[in-house]
Ligand binder design. Structure first.
Ligand SMILES: Nc1ncnc2c1ncn2[C@@H]1O[C@H](COP(=O)(O)OC(=O)[C@@H](N)Cc2c[nH]c3ccccc23)[C@@H](O)[C@H]1O
Length: 333
């Protein structure tokens, strides 16, 4: 790594340390452990504002400063609910198009399909144990000796299990796995527009609760217009007392990259009804170029397949020696 990128990387980690509010991992056992970023997303449906602000945007930032970065389209995780094979294949490619359109650059990140890289190290195919969701997530992360995992708050419990498993392995077989840390941003829990006590989620049955990256401008306006706030018309940021309007302020600040205080200032003199339209406009503007890029990328299926194939090959290369070493430590070799 050139000196300038090392300096940039250091700056980024101190930024991340400042943001990091998750359960701290124990001291990484290997002093020389390479810093490696890993994260994943399920290829189920179009990502929403929560996925984007809680995870994908940070992924894009990290690839600019970190030397070793892997992002996985976790298709094995998505089959915990029934998926038709053709639809699943299409969803994997669609998710790849979305991630590329959001700014993931295959020259800077290894972007790959989970099932394609896992099979390289598994002679017996998937087992029920492998498919046990949080254990599979631990395998994803540890297989590459990952040190940092950018995720939203809903993944923190899974991360605690990953940290436990790494420590348990190290206790038994000697210091081998770095204990991975979560990277959480201030947007770690974007709330539902219909119930600010709940997180925004792909599977919310209320279609107005979730803003997807590919929603039309009209849909976005309608969803923000119907966003649940409270009976006070002023725009303030008080997450504990006014979660609805505070969620809007946080979204506004994040998509326009301004501090929360400035977002509140922008809303000064407006009632919440007018402010909702301002936030809707900011979101529309943010997603417009991404939407255009998604449409372009989706027309070139061959390119998307190639990106995933190249990424899977690189991921396999990283996983192979780790897997070999684990086998040796456990006594399988
Ligand atoms: N409302 C929200 N506010 C803020 N962040 C949110 C919101 N909703 C979702 N996220 C974050 O989006 C990422 C992808 O979500 P998934 O549900 O596909 O994410 C999942 O289902 C994982 N189990 C996928 C996975 C599999 N293996 C891994 C290894 C490392 C990290 C992640 C994985 C996640 O970071 C998630 O926290």
């Amino acid at each position: 790594m050139a000196m300038s990128s090392i300096r940039k990387a250091r700056g980024c980690w101190s930024f991340i340390r400042a943001l990091h509010k998750g359960p701290d991992a124990a001291h990484a056992p290997q002093k020389e452990a390479v810093e490696r970023v890993f994260s994943g997303i399920q290829p189920t449906g179009i990502p929403h504002l929560g996925n984007y602000l809680g995870a994908i945007e940070t992924w894009v930032r990290l690839q600019e400063t970190q030397g070793s970065v892997l992002y996985s389209v976790v298709d094995l995780h998505s089959i915990t609910v029934p998926q038709g094979p053709a639809a699943l294949q299409q969803s994997i490619l669609d998710m790849t198009a979305v991630l590329l359109a959001c700014g993931i650059d295959p020259e800077k990140s290894i972007l790959f399909q989970q099932s394609q890289a896992k099979t390289a190290t598994q002679k017996h195919g998937g087992t029920a144990g492998l498919l046990t969701y949080p254990v599979l997530q631990a395998a994803d992360i540890l297989l590459y000796k990952s040190t940092h995992v950018p995720v939203g708050e809903d993944q923190v419990q899974h991360m605690e299990l990953v940290q436990d498993l790494a420590q348990t392995f190290n206790k038994k077989y000697g210091e081998f796995f770095p204990v991975p840390k979560s990277i959480l941003t201030p947007m770690k829990k974007v709330k539902s527009l219909r119930d600010p006590a709940a997180k925004m989620s792909k599977s919310d049955p209320d279609k107005l609760a979730t803003v997807r990256i590919t929603d039309s401008a009209e849909e976005i306006v309608q969803k923000f217009r119907k966003a649940v706030t409270d009976f006070t018309s002023e725009v303030t940021y008080e997450p504990a007392h006014r979660p609805g309007v505070s969620n809007l302020v946080a979204i506004h600040a994040a998509v326009t990259r301004i501090p929360v205080e400035e977002a509140v200032r922008c809303g000064a003199g407006m009632d919440t009804a007018r402010y909702k339209l301002l936030v809707a406009d900011a979101v529309i503007e943010k997603f417009a170029p991404i939407k255009r890029e998604i449409e372009k990328l989706k027309m070139d299926r061959g390119h998307l397949e190639k990106v995933l194939q190249a990424g899977s090959a690189k991921a396999k290369e990283l996983a192979q020696p780790v897997c070999q070493e684990v086998r040796k430590l456990v006594g399988f070799l």
